[in-house]
Write a protein that binds this ligand. Structure first.
Ligand code: ADP
Ligand code: MG
Length: 698
């Protein structure tokens, strides 16, 4: 390695010319504190101010520079006063439109003057125009400032002009010694050459000042080698931070929970079916982890209906056999209730009763539960996030099971881990998700977890037959529901809404239930939504499960976990508005029994091309991994992982979808750095994630 110049890692921005205390504050709002921070503040996009375009060649949407002679400047009065100035360059004419202007401005744009303008061209009421362009007066058609490089547009904040940011970053770029001090190369020296990547120094210079002939298309798509070099490093930093976190976890102690099979065996005997070989394999992995004196951190992925809950139960039994407490957490009350119900059925024959804790459990009942959790008499507790709130102290928590993990972010996962720790011992963690994440994404998003995959469905499952139908053929769908229910089948009617408002969603479900009730008076119609009391929801689900209800109208509260094998028809409204994985998840509520099941996706026409494609994916495949892959392609990882997960994936330049191909090399590089150059790890993480985002500190 070349001798490193004096490092400017922590050099404050106040060192720059023009940065006083108030500027320091404004920059801090963008998370910029040090000189290197400023260099890693990367452009969102670029403008081309290197060329003057003939006015006659302009098209709406162009963002360009033009020069022209003022032909006429006038104030137009009316509902809104504005200044209009007509300029021409021989090839054509265009209007400049200003809503805010001064008398001096009006006077300066006098007939016969030359101006140079930069702005976006749009189609106006009388031909092309620019609204509030940047402009200068120039002496002649051949005069005026011209940029030599493309102009970066940065993310900024109120009170901080693009111009100011450009100048500050420019100061650093113009000073070779400072620049070198800010950009120590942290990747292994041979890597850039091996992968034919530019050096960090070259990449940073390029992205802040792309030459006039750079490909705007490449830059806009983020695929220029300079951007890819930075994306590589950014994803590497994320991966390192998670792996480091994992290593730290591995140094913690956990109670070894050895299987004695005293509970597992009778449980399996009563189950009424054999585990699939995928379930057996994953169970072995879990069982092995639990017996170790380090906390298990395992994610079990498996498509809806593959039988994750049984595996969770077997893990719980192993912990019970070893004499430790178990907490099972689900993201919604409804799902938690479902688990409580299942676990009661499984545990009661073994002489145990699960405890229950949700946010709605108050007063005396809550106190009693807390006391039982505290003295250890609550061996297994099912609940929502309330399980890990203030005031809940476990006696000897050995295992935490989190279902449907995509609803919880990495921070919450870590907070849970801390919460369960006692006397320096941490509980094991088992996380279950039915949103299968493509491997490359999992490697980045879940680099701190071991991943098991249940890649097989129980035998005899018949794929759900999915059809896509326009909402104006609703009557035909209602008739179909009627016929199915008359044959003794049960159906779900799922109401979804555009707005995130739970109230509106519930009202819609109520209206729909009434309409269907009127249309189908001989059917027993039930209704379940998020605003019902826990006991009401539970009662409604129990009725449905018992077959006392034919048609259950529901909001997306039934998205996860609900298990009613006799239900074999599902109608989903506004399907075009939901994510593919969510639709797949919902659809997974049917097809759980031996009857052929169907799912009707209702949409409001007209469908956009992407929407049509997305719905077609569901018609064509029943494989959750395939659905997730398509979803990732069409909507990006933020949506797939759920909004709460995005904290982890707030990437500056990388894009998990676009840059997937880099991930295997990044994983390899991360391993190499951790082994051979551990000193580079912390600076890399600090460079890209800053100090605020340290998962390890949680
Ligand atoms: P998931 O949580 O993965 O969506 P569940 O655990 O709810 O799936 O299982 C779905 C249904 O399949 C349940 O009714 C469960 O009892 C049943 N099941 C699980 N494993 C098997 C198996 N190996 N053979 C037959 N049925 C199974
Ligand atoms: Mg489940």
């Amino acid at each position: 390695m070349t001798p490193t110049p004096a490092t400017l890692d922590n050099a404050p921005l106040a060192q720059l010319k023009g940065v006083g205390p108030s500027m320091v504050q404004r920059l801090a709002r963008l998370g910029l504190h040090t000189l290197p921070d400023l260099l890693f503040h990367l452009p969102l996009r670029y403008q081309d101010r290197t060329r003057i375009m003939p006015i006659g060649s302009l098209r709406p949407g162009n963002e360009i520079t033009i020069r022209g002679e003022v032909q006429l400047t006038d104030i137009k009065s009316g509902r809104r006063r504005m200044l209009l100035s007509r300029i021409a360059d021989g090839s054509g004419a265009i209007t400049l439109r200003f809503f805010y202007f001064s008398a001096a401005q009006r006077a300066s744009l006098a007939r016969g003057c030359w101006v140079q303008c930069f702005g976006e061209v749009r189609a106006g009421p009388s031909g092309l125009e620019m609204v509030h362009p940047e402009y200068h007066l120039i002496d002649s058609a051949a005069d005026g400032p011209q940029e030599e490089t493309l102009t970066p547009v940065y993310p900024t904040t109120e009170g901080l002009r693009q111009q100011t940011l450009r100048k500050l970053i420019g100061q650093l770029l113009n000073d070779p010694a400072q620049l070198a001090g800010c950009l120590p190369e942290l990747l292994p020296a041979e890597l850039p050459a091996q992968r034919q990547m530019p050096t960090l120094h070259e990449a940073i210079l390029y992205v802040h000042r792309p030459p006039a002939d750079a490909s705007l298309r490449e830059l806009e798509e983020g695929i220029h080698p300079a951007q890819q070099r930075l994306a590589f490093e950014e994803l590497l930093a994320h991966q390192l931070s998670l792996r480091q976190l994992r290593e730290r976890q591995d140094r913690h102690a956990a109670p070894p929970l050895r299987a004695t099979h005293t509970l597992q065996r009778p449980f399996l005997d009563n189950l009424g079916f054999q585990l699939t070989s995928a379930q057996q394999r994953v169970l072995n992995e879990i069982s092995h982890d639990l017996a170790r004196p380090q906390p298990m951190q395992r994610l079990v992925q498996g498509d809806v209906g593959c039988g994750k809950t049984v595996i969770a139960a077997l893990a719980a039994l192993q912990a019970l056999e070893a004499g430790f407490q178990i907490a099972i957490m689900a993201p919604t009350e409804l799902l938690a209730e479902q688990h409580r119900h299942n676990f009661s059925q499984w545990l009661e024959p073994l002489g145990m009763t699960p405890y229950w804790l949700s946010g709605k459990r108050k007063g005396k009942a809550r106190e009693q539960t807390l006391a039982a959790i505290g003295d250890g008499s609550a061996r297994l507790t099912v609940g929502t996030q309330a399980l890990f709130q203030e005031g809940v102290e476990f006696h000897n928590l050995g295992l935490v099971i989190i279902d449907e993990q995509h609803r919880f972010g990495v921070h919450q996962r870590l907070a849970l881990r801390e919460k369960g720790a006692r006397d320096g011992r941490y509980p094991h963690q088992l996380i279950m998700t039915a949103t299968p994440i493509p491997r490359t994404l999992a490697q980045t998003a879940y680099a701190d977890l071991d991943v098991s995959v249940i890649d097989e469905l129980p035998p005899g499952r018949i794929p759900v037959d999915t059809v896509v139908i326009a909402d104006d053929r609703r009557d035909a769908v209602v008739t179909r529901v009627h016929a199915a229910c008359r044959e003794g089948r049960q159906a779900y009617w799922v109401c979804t809404l555009i707005e995130e408002s739970e109230t509106l969603q519930c009202e819609t479900a109520q209206d729909t239930a009434e309409t269907l009730h009127t249309a189908l008076p001989d059917l027993r119609v039930g209704l379940v939504h998020g605003r019902l009391k826990a006991t009401e929801k539970e009662a409604m689900m129990a009725h449905f499960k018992a077959g006392d209800i034919d048609l259950l109208v529901a909001t997306t509260v039934i998205e996860v976990g609900v298990d009613v094998p006799n239900a074999s028809l599902m109608i989903i409204e506004n399907a075009e508005r939901l994510g593919l994985s969510q639709l797949h998840q919902l659809r997974g509520r049917v097809g759980r029994g031996s009857a052929k099941s169907s799912c009707v996706l209702l949409y409001k026409p007209p469908l956009s091309k992407t929407a049509r494609q997305r719905l077609a994916t569901l018609r064509e495949t029943n494989d959750g991994f395939e659905v997730a892959r398509k979803d990732l392609e069409l909507r990006g990882p933020g949506e797939l992982l759920g909004t709460r997960q995005t904290g982890l994936l707030e990437l500056r330049i990388a894009d998990l979808q676009r840059d997937q191909a880099l991930i295997p090399a990044i994983s390899q590089c991360a391993g190499h750095l951790l082994r051979e150059h551990p000193g580079q790890v912390a600076p890399l993480i600090r460079r890209w994630l800053g100090d605020g985002l340290r998962y390890g500190n949680v």
